[in-house]
Write a protein that binds this ligand. Structure first.
Ligand SMILES: [Mn+2]
Length: 324
């Protein structure tokens, strides 16, 4: 059981879990099977039995098939692929996450590809504003990629590379069925966003980060300073009076530890460095939600189990598991 007092949760021992089997933010099938794989190896049981959380889960992996339009009814918009599907799914997910967060529980979302962060972060941002008199939440985005392309700068059109553009309001779309549901209360400020682990950032994204003064710690920074000082600097940027949403893309880890993911990039975090980030964020007492995304159990059969185990370890660390 964690001994760290949690500043922004009124029900710190209660864990709202949303399992999101959604892969429509990118092109490779399989990432929708991750929540089931993570639960099958016992992640939720570990959180309940070893860390004493009371789990609130509908025992359901949500595939949202009722919300996803037929392919020919979902043509590209500004180059975005499956825009209506991603919009409808993230809108519903936003509401699910919001309801847990509004209630003062910690919210754990198991993805799914990283486009689902449009739903999770918008949901917690809105709930925190309501619960804490308009307070803004911070986001720590641990990832090999910056995921902040606008539809216009994206080369692939895959929305899993764009969630932060929509969440920060750098990208907007007026079409009602393409993120038209997002309002100001769903968004986060670029000042409250911090990256850790970047190493594969598009040219246009570098420009976006620079022009908006977004705080980012790449693998170069980690090599230079070490993971301890980098996490310290990241947390100092956020400040100690701000609720934190941790969005963890398993591809932040080096493929040696997490090979089973859609867009692996060499030269990443060790599993210990990943766990360390999660442990430190837990220790702040300010963490209110976590996403674990981009585990794809079908991509590399040999490495799938290892990747799933790494994912479980990251979640346990963020929820207060300690080595001693
Ligand atoms: Mn990502």
């Amino acid at each position: 059981m964690s001994t760290i007092p949690q500043r922004f949760l009124s029900k710190p021992k209660h864990l709202g879990v949303v399992a999101v089997g959604f892969s429509g933010g990118q092109c490779k099938p399989g990432v929708d099977a991750a929540p089931d794989a993570l639960i099958q190896v016992g992640l939720l049981n570990q959180l309940r039995d070893d860390l004493d959380y009371e789990i609130h889960h509908d025992n359901n992996v949500h595939f949202y098939s009722d919300l996803i339009p037929a392919e020919d009814a979902d043509p590209d918009v500004r180059g975005m692929k499956k825009p209506r599907a991603v919009s409808a799914v993230t809108e519903r997910l936003s509401q699910q996450v919001y309801e847990h967060a509004r209630d003062g529980k910690f919210v754990l979302t198991l993805g799914g590809d990283h486009s689902i962060a449009i739903g999770t972060i918008s949901g917690t941002a809105k709930a925190i504003r309501e619960r804490l008199e308009g307070r803004e939440m911070a986001v720590i985005w641990v990832d090999a990629h910056a995921d902040i392309n606008t539809p216009e700068t994206s080369g692939s059109g895959n929305i899993h590379g764009m969630p932060l553009a929509f969440l920060t309001g750098l990208a907007k779309e007026e079409k009602k069925d393409v993120f038209g549901w997002m309002g100001g209360d769903h968004r986060i400020s670029v000042r409250k966003l911090v990256y850790i682990g970047l190493r594969d950032v598009d040219r246009a994204e570098k420009k976006i980060l620079r022009e908006n003064g977004i705080k980012a710690f790449s693998m170069h920074d980690i090599d230079r300073h070490g993971i301890g000082p980098v996490v310290e600097m990241a947390l100092a940027h956020i400040g100690n009076d701000t609720p934190i949403h941790l969005s963890f893309d398993v591809d932040a880890l080096d493929p040696q530890w997490a090979p089973s993911t859609g867009t692996p990039v060499r030269g990443g975090l060790t599993l210990r460095e990943g766990d360390f980030i999660a442990e430190c964020v837990h220790e702040t007492g300010n963490l209110i939600a976590m996403d674990l995304v981009e585990v794809n159990p079908s991509l590399e059969l040999i490495g799938a189990n290892e990747t799933i185990r790494a994912g479980c370890s990251l979640v346990r660390s963020a929820l207060g598991d300690t080595l001693l």
